[in-house]
Design a protein. Structure first.
Length: 463
């Protein structure tokens, strides 16, 4: 959350405050030394001695007090106020030392540097006003001589004090930069690690959920009633196959199948709700709705593409030694459902609930291998675009009345003279051909294979 400090940054800030406190205390001691050298020894005035003691007492007391406040939430404001008080002390010291040339230049430079580096223009203005106030305070406690003094003793003490200040500050800044550099490298490494973990975590979330969380739109996942299209599919006979194949082979088959199905669902902009073994649940119209009719058409286009892809996978698996043909069955329904996040404070799931979800699942269970069954509500929305066959009514578990269902054939534009997809299966024969996917440079090779097969079949005597 914005403004939240980590233990590392808190420790770094506290260390910065401690070093600031050390450096400003050096300045106070240098100021006290400047006044001490200015005294007329052995005829020391009581006021001068008292001022030196007050400066030393202030330096020690403020140093100890600030050390106890390094973890205070308001420490930055506290340090700013104390450094402003330091500027008053410096103004007072320069007035009492008759504005000796070198100390005046050094201390004034130090005030400018310290205020600008610690607070910018606003801090610079406040500290300079405080410095002028300190000079003005000199008028109240002693009669100024206003003679620019160049006493060597004063200059040496001031020079040593300011020299020590700048050396200490340089060492501190170098140390600070080094620590920040190390912290920056650590943060970059952590950022890379978190990105990697985030990428891995994203694979377990639906794109809808991941995108909403990543963009800070969690409120868009709140549950609401929507009219959506729900899709279910599974592989007929997959459970029995798990008992026949080795775990590695089974995992490879399942991952290949799910990868292809996900690619097709993503292509048609469906939201993958969940995987349940070999079963897939996809919804259309939850967050990227293009209108109810368009959502239905996209869903059926996805189902048809999945059926075609399954034919390709069957051939691939057959060549890998999987003799048992794996066929997909699908069910689709459209209706009002509750869409959103459900669960507890510790675990949430983005899904859809409702009778129409259950019906889509029942249609998938009732479908024959390679068949796509849709409800009457879905058929009404796509009948002018997609050819369907009336399958009559079925009895579905959990529904008291018979359900009118239709079998999806294909897009009307792909049937008749404009048909672009062909498939046929018989004992000893299996073929599927998608004209839209055949490349121009493969056309002659495909024709040659078909011609050779035709010639051999015509010449063969069938017993």
């Amino acid at each position: 959350m914005p403004g939240t400090k980590t233990p590392v940054t808190e420790k770094l800030a506290a260390d910065f405050s401690l070093r600031q406190n050390d450096i400003r205390t050096l300045i106070c001691f240098a100021a006290a030394g400047t006044v001490t050298v200015h005294m007329q020894w052995p005829h020391v005035e009581l006021l001068d001695a008292l001022i030196v003691l007050l400066i030393l007492g202030y330096a020690i007391a403020s140093y100890l007090w600030l050390r106890r406040r390094v973890y205070d939430e308001k420490r930055e404001k506290i340090f700013d106020n104390v450094m402003t008080a330091d500027a008053v002390i410096i103004g007072l010291v320069l007035g009492l030392s008759d504005f000796s040339i070198l100390p005046s230049i050094l201390f004034v430079t130090m005030v400018q540097f310290n205020s600008l580096i610690n607070g910018g223009a606003r801090k610079w203005m406040i500290d300079n006003l405080a410095f002028i106030g300190g000079v003005g305070l000199t008028l109240l406690i002693s009669e100024p001589k206003w003679v620019l003094s160049d006493k060597l003793e004063i200059s040496i003490v001031s020079l040593i004090g300011i020299f020590t200040y700048f050396c200490a500050y340089a060492i501190f800044v170098h140390s600070r930069i080094h620590k920040l550099d190390l912290l920056n490298k650590k943060l970059l490494n952590e950022q890379t690690l978190y990105k990697l973990r985030t990428y891995k975590l994203a694979r377990y979330l639906t794109p809808t959920v991941w995108k909403a969380i990543n963009e800070g739109r969690e409120q868009s996942l709140a549950s609401e009633r929507k009219r959506i299209t729900v899709f279910f599919s599974d592989i007929r006979g997959f459970s029995s196959l798990t008992e026949e194949l080795e775990a590695e082979t089974l995992t490879d088959i399942l991952n290949t199948y799910l990868t292809e199905m996900v690619n097709i669902a993503t292509k048609h902009r469906g939201t993958i709700d969940k995987f349940m073994g070999d079963a897939v649940m996809v919804i259309f119209g939850d967050t990227q709705s293009e209108g109810l009719k368009s959502d239905c058409i996209r869903c059926l286009a996805m189902a048809i593409d999945m059926r075609k892809k399954m034919k390709e996978l069957q051939t691939r698996w057959y060549n890998q030694g999987i003799k048992k043909p794996l066929q997909i069955r699908m069910g689709i329904n459209t209706g009002y459902c509750t869409v959103g996040s459900f669960g507890t404070n510790h675990y949430m799931d983005y899904t859809v609930l409702g009778t129409h979800v259950n019906l889509a699942s029942r249609l998938e269970s009732a479908a024959a291998p390679g068949e796509i069954l849709i409800s009457h509500e879905t058929w009404c929305l796509v009948k002018d675009v997609i050819m369907c066959r009336d399958k009559g009514e079925i009895k579905a578990k959990g529904f008291s009345h018979p359900i009118k269902v239709y079998q999806v054939v294909d897009f009307r534009k792909d049937l008749g003279r404009l048909q672009s997809y062909f498939e046929e299966n018989a004992e000893g024969f299996s073929m599927h051909m998608d004209l839209e996917k055949i490349k121009n440079y493969d056309k002659n090779r495909v024709l040659a294979v078909l011609q050779r097969a035709t010639d051999r079949l015509q010449d063969k005597v069938i017993k």
